[in-house]
Design a protein around this ligand. Structure first.
Ligand SMILES: C[S@@+](CC[C@H](N)C(=O)[O-])C[C@H]1O[C@@H](n2cnc3c(N)ncnc32)[C@H](O)[C@@H]1O
Length: 373
């Protein structure tokens, strides 16, 4: 593979969910057979890997955020995948696992070695987490015109903001994802002692719900009508909404993404906002075909083969056609400056990954406002 092709392929993979290293690292398991425990597919499993990365960020000495539920939601397999993304850094830093399979990030071995800096993939997930945290808190506290009281996460995965963020009173919370993901999430949260209602809060739950209500909606966003189900469960189109699409749209076809953007707008009262992660200006089909065929590993090929779409470079025009006015668009460098006083991972890594990440100017974190209906 030519070096620019290799770089492109790596960029695409790295941009997806921050999973690249995990994908490569657990290739041996995938050769034996594709198993994602109680989840149906590699796309569902991506939710656990991202949770694992949030768990590793939470273990940092000076983390950008803390997500105490992330580890239980990642589960053994998700933690294993995320840990392997740290291993690249471990190896380059001369901090290999000890004979017990522990790295310096393991709490049990933390006292034996200096804590390592986070790997670049965990750093990327950390930055994106802070972007969505910051913009969401702004939406639910400042408006305009009044503070938003309704939040919907599409492709919610193992997100824990309903328990983690200091939400103001009265925020209705909706999460939409596939049924296997939502079922596994609820089971893990219950076991961890998370509350799903005010009554459970009052009974002294270990992790109180910070939202006023928590409603889930199992749906395949590619093929099913999600709006009716949401409304049937209490979503109010007359109440301004903050929509969150984090690490989702690349898994949907261009037609489904367009329908989704227009569908959200159709039920967005004045003042609603959209927070979305998107690849802008890349032909994902070309990238993934090239990448998938360049990898001998089923897991990577499987993951990459699920990518179906990207935004055009001029995301503002594209969004405006679907009812959304772009307000902010940030890349990793912007977020690193705004939220982390610089890139939060070791930029001296010799494996080239950081250069790729530094040059990643196609992954965009976008805040948009609903145009008048
Ligand atoms: C990489 S995860 C991101 C999860 C979460 N937003 C986060 O950032 O941690 C992608 C999520 O999108 C969901 N997803 C992908 N395609 C979907 C579809 N067609 N319908 C519903 N959910 C989907 C997956 O199940 C998964 O939970």
């Amino acid at each position: 593979m030519r070096s620019d092709q290799a770089k492109g392929a790596a960029l695409v993979l790295a941009g997806l969910t921050g999973l690249t290293g995990a994908a490569w690292a657990i290739r041996h398991r995938q050769k034996k057979g594709k198993s994602y425990e109680d989840l149906d597919s590699v796309v569902s499993f991506s939710a656990r890997l991202v949770a694992g990365m949030r768990a590793y960020e939470s273990r940092e000495a000076d983390p950008l955020f803390r997500d105490p539920l992330a580890e239980v939601l990642a589960g053994k397999q998700g933690m294993e995948g995320a840990k392997m993304t740290m291993k690249e850094l471990d190896a380059s830093e001369g901090n290999d696992e000890n004979e017990h399979g522990e790295t310096a990030h393991d709490s049990t071995s933390a006292s034996k070695k200096e804590p390592l800096q986070r790997g670049y993939m965990v750093g990327r997930v950390a930055l994106r987490t802070v972007f969505f945290d910051t913009k969401l808190l702004d939406a639910v506290t400042s408006g305009p015109p009044a503070a938003i009281k309704q939040v919907v996460l599409l492709g919610a995965g193992m997100d824990t903001r309903a328990w983690r963020l200091p939400l103001p009173e009265g925020v209705s919370w909706f999460e939409v994802d596939r049924s296997d993901v939502l079922k596994a999430k609820k089971k893990a949260l219950k076991q961890a002692g998370a509350a799903f209602s005010e009554q459970e809060n009052n009974r002294g739950a270990k992790y109180p719900l910070k939202a006023a209500s928590y409603i889930t909606c199992s749906v395949d966003l590619e093929n099913q009508n999600w709006v009716d189900g949401l409304i049937a469960r209490g979503f109010d189109p007359e109440v301004p909404t903050c929509w969150i699409l984090e690490g989702l749209v690349m898994y949907l076809s261009p037609v489904a993404v367009e329908k989704l953007l227009k569908g959200m707008h159709a039920v967005s009262a004045t003042g609603s906002r959209l927070l979305i992660m998107a690849f802008c200006g890349t032909d994902i089909k070309e990238w993934y075909t090239r990448t998938a065929t360049s990898q001998s590993v089923g897991w990577v090929a499987d993951l990459v083969a699920t990518f179906k779409s990207s935004f055009p470079k001029d995301a503002d025009v594209y969004l405006a056609e679907k009812g959304w006015q772009l307000k902010t668009s940030m890349g990793y460098k912007d977020m690193a400056e705004a939220y982390a006083r610089g890139m939060p991972w070791n930029t001296d890594l010799s494996n080239g990954s950081n250069t790729l990440v530094a040059e990643d100017d196609y992954t965009s974190y976008i805040e948009a406002y609903a145009l008048m209906r």
